[in-house]
Design a protein around this ligand. Structure first.
Ligand code: HEM
Length: 415
């Protein structure tokens, strides 16, 4: 399980690394590779990806906050100046949906959009959803408890996050399966080594998703409700309303980011806990132990491993000279295993009191949904383990071939 992929080659002198991201030995258990990188070469040039990668905790933490780096660069320069290719026609719907995505923009546009949605996501608002999450988790377990077995992703993990974020935005529960399908195709664009078919599927999903959201916007303009979409339509920031394209982008990013990672993380957390052999009753004894358990699963088995940044100016980091426009990658999941920050980093130790994990990022793009994701995990997991004592893994879980996400194909459980 923890052996290194055959293809991994690290040359510490040149800081060059050869590693196939599609090798199951890597994406199936990446922590072993991350440990080797920490040992030999925490900052490295990944030959296959043609980019510099950072794994050190302090470096990743600093780069996420460093304003000389951004998620976007076209706000300060042009494609021509950077020699970037023109946008591709077959991705026009996807590009339009991304155009105003919080994840893809920088201040001042980012500040304006983020301020408008932020209020809905602060912890004290989110906390009110606890009974709703608990009721949904209980109801889902009612549906399979007597079977003595379940495939947890489809019966539980897939349903909770999409239902919650859908309800917050103001989308009926029945749309859940369709939202999952769109979102699944859409995030295919973020995978390493995507194919033309992945791109076409993402563009189609963006087109259909946007059309649906536009319809919903028309309804809410006519008849506002007490939901986030109505709030976004009618709230102003410094006298300005959101444009329709901004509303569509923001809704799509909230829906996608709002469930994909959380679905993976429910599966990852359950697997880590069951693999650890520790007693779930003790891990979830009270709110404090529950929080520590959930944070430790986020540290050791995060759902999204990599986020990228553009250098907005020429800059040198850890001896690497970057030119304005260069892209770098930050491996959050590896930063969580930095041996200078965590003792025995590959071990699941929920009582550790060390650095906070970086799984939700840091700086201005810090995950806006972190309070929601944490509440879902902290509420649903204790219920699952309390309702199904004797829970065990019934079949070896396989990790999805969708690096740089990290989630399971299926999680077959029995009790
Ligand atoms: C375990 C679950 C989740 C994880 C691990 C996660 C992780 C992250 C990370 C690392 C970022 C920062 C990206 C960067 O710096 O480039 C981010 C941003 C974001 N996340 Fe999450 N996320 C999760 C759940 C959610 C949920 C439930 C929502 C629902 C609203 C959400 C919405 C967003 C949005 C909108 C952004 C962009 C924020 C910005 O750029 O200002 N995420 N997430």
């Amino acid at each position: 399980m923890n052996s290194l992929p055959n293809v991994l080659r690290i040359d510490p002198a040149s800081r060059r690394v050869f590693l196939d991201a599609r090798d199951p030995a890597f994406y199936g258990a990446p922590n072993a590779t991350y440990a080797a990188l920490h040992e030999h070469c925490p900052t490295f040039y990944w030959e296959e990806q043609k980019q510099w990668f950072f794994t050190g905790y302090d470096q990743v933490n600093m780069l996420l906050r460093d304003r000389r780096f951004g998620r976007q660069i076209l706000h300060i320069t042009s494609r021509e100046e950077l020699g970037l290719p023109e946008p591709e026609a077959h991705l026009q719907n996807f590009d339009l949906a991304e155009r105003h995505s919080l994840l893809e923009i920088e201040p001042p546009e980012h500040t304006r959009l983020r301020t408008l949605v932020n209020r809905a996501f602060v912890s004290r608002h989110i906390e009110r959803l606890r009974p709703e999450i608990a009721a949904l988790a209980e109801r889902l377990i009612d549906g399979f408890e007597r079977d003595g077995k379940t495939e947890l992703l489809s019966s539980f993990a897939d349903i909770i996050p999409v239902t919650l974020i859908g309800r917050m935005i103001g989308i009926p529960d029945e749309m859940g399966p369709q939202l999952l399908a769109w979102s699944h195709d859409y995030v295919g664009m973020y995978m390493f080594k995507r194919s033309r078919a992945d791109e076409d599927a993402a563009d189609r999903a963006a087109q259909e998703f946007a059309a649906y959201v536009r319809g919903l916007i028309t309804e809410r303009r006519r008849e506002p409700r007490d939901d986030l979409l109505s709030h976004m339509i009618h709230t102003e920031h410094k006298g300005q309303l959101l444009t329709e394209d901004e509303l569509v982008s923001t809704t799509i990013v909230l829906l996608n980011a709002g469930h994909e990672a959380t679905v993976h993380q429910i599966g990852n957390s359950v697997r880590v806990i069951l693999d650890s052999g520790l007693d779930p009753a003790a891990l979830f004894r009270d709110e404090a132990t529950t929080e520590r358990t959930v944070e430790e699963t986020l540290r050791i088995c995060a759902p999204v491993h990599i986020f990228q940044r553009y250098a907005l100016e020429d800059v040198e980091i850890d001896g690497v000279s970057l030119k304005r426009g260069d892209k770098v990658s930050l491996i959050l999941a590896a930063a969580n295993l930095d041996p200078t920050k965590f003792t025995a980093p590959l071990e699941f130790q929920p009582d550790r009191q060390e650095a906070p994990n970086l799984s939700f990022g840091a700086g201005i793009h810090f995950c806006i949904g972190a309070p929601l994701a944490r509440l879902e995990l902290n509420t649903a997991l204790p219920i699952l383990f309390r309702r199904l004592p004797g829970l065990r893994i019934a079949d070896i879980p396989r990790v999805k071939d969708v690096y740089h996400f990290h989630g399971l194909e299926r999680l077959d459980l029995a009790w």
